[in-house]
Design a protein around this ligand. Structure first.
Ligand code: 3HC
Length: 285
């Protein structure tokens, strides 16, 4: 049997790199998006990023070409779902959109196909009914940038079968990632719970005027050996994503986890999302 066929829904930054990760490991991959522009950008990013791996000698040039050749891009969700063994959804972080996507995937994909969502703030239990296959459904949460970061959180809902988790763990290992296995859903999973504790503390320290954002970032990088400081990290991940995760964690814990700090809310309301918009905590223009 050949490698499992993977469909990635959403050709944004995460979907594109998740697709490339599977293709580099030998899986035939289709990346689907409703936006033709996004599909074109996604192809260009894959060429650049996978090509760069070959330039650096991390992989052979011939393997880079083969990986790119295993990928295709389409706007047609149903056709792509019909031949997929695994679907990883990385579309907009909106419940109404995801429910519609999972209803269509549930109807179009073969019986055996496992449906996973890369969502960091929407647990798969909220998509179970729409998908019609709660037992073959879970979160498979990658980190940004997905080509680089080594962890994938694998999170079952309370109906996910053991066989589904075993398959997802095997596939995660097969793409060279370390699976962080959760035993149940918790808002933010593990990594974002840890990250939000750090980010909230950093935002509070600067709001109190105790240190500059540059120095707080320096403390994390040069004092704690973090690859990026908390403000740089927020600009990489996106203030929109940070905001949405914090709102979800706040709502899902009935207020136990803090709502976005007013300074995060202010940047979010102004559309200052970080690298993707040209300005966040730092100026990226
Ligand atoms: N995409 C793909 N590869 C990338 C990349 C990107 N956006 N940025 C960097 N890289 C790779 C490239 O191979 C690059 O080498 P190259 O420039 O020769 O091609 C290599 O990483 C090193 O990059 P740089 O020299 O530009 O910079 P760094 O050494 O500082 O590495 C970094 C960049 C990998 C982003 C590093 O700073 C880092 O690990 N930062 C922390 C990232 C992090 O914590 N991510 C998790 C966020 S939380 C999350 O995603 C969860 C979600 O739910 C919010």
């Amino acid at each position: 049997m050949g490698q499992e066929r993977v469909l990635v829904v959403g050709a944004g930054a995460m979907g594109t790199q998740i697709g490339a990760v599977f293709a580099l490991a030998g899986h035939p991959v289709t990346v689907q998006d409703i936006s033709e522009d996004a599909l074109e950008r996604s192809q260009a990013v894959v060429r650049k990023r996978v090509g760069r791996l070959a330039e650096k000698g991390a992989i052979e040039a011939v393997d880079a070409e083969a990986a790119i050749g295993r990928m295709s891009w389409t706007a047609n969700l149903e056709d792509a779902a019909a031949t997929a063994d695994l679907v990883v959804e990385a579309a907009s972080e909106r419940l109404d959109i995801k429910r519609e996507v999972f209803a269509r995937l549930g109807a179009a994909a073969p019986e055996h196909t496992i449906l996973a969502t890369n969502s960091s703030s929407i647990p798969s239990s909220l998509l179970a009914e729409a998908s019609g296959r709660a037992d073959r459904l879970c979160n498979m949460h990658f980190f940004n940038p997905a080509l680089v970061m080594q962890a994938v959180e694998v999170v079952p809902n309370d109906q996910t079968s053991e066989a589904t988790i075993e398959t997802v763990l095997r596939l995660t290992e097969g793409i060279g990632k370390h699976a962080v296995r959760l035993h149940a859903e918790v808002p933010g999973f593990v990594a974002n719970r840890l990250m939000m504790a750090l980010l909230n503390e950093a935002v509070a320290l600067q709001a109190q005027g105790l240190a500059s954002i540059e120095d707080i970032d320096a403390a994390a990088k040069l004092g704690l050996a973090h690859p990026m400081g908390p403000f740089e990290l927020m600009d990489l991940v996106g203030l929109d994503v940070v905001h949405d995760i914090q709102v979800a964690m706040h709502d899902m814990t009935d207020g136990d986890d803090p709502a976005p700090h007013p300074d995060v809310q202010r940047l979010y309301d102004a559309g200052h999302y970080g690298q993707k918009s040209g300005k966040g905590w730092y100026d990226h223009s």
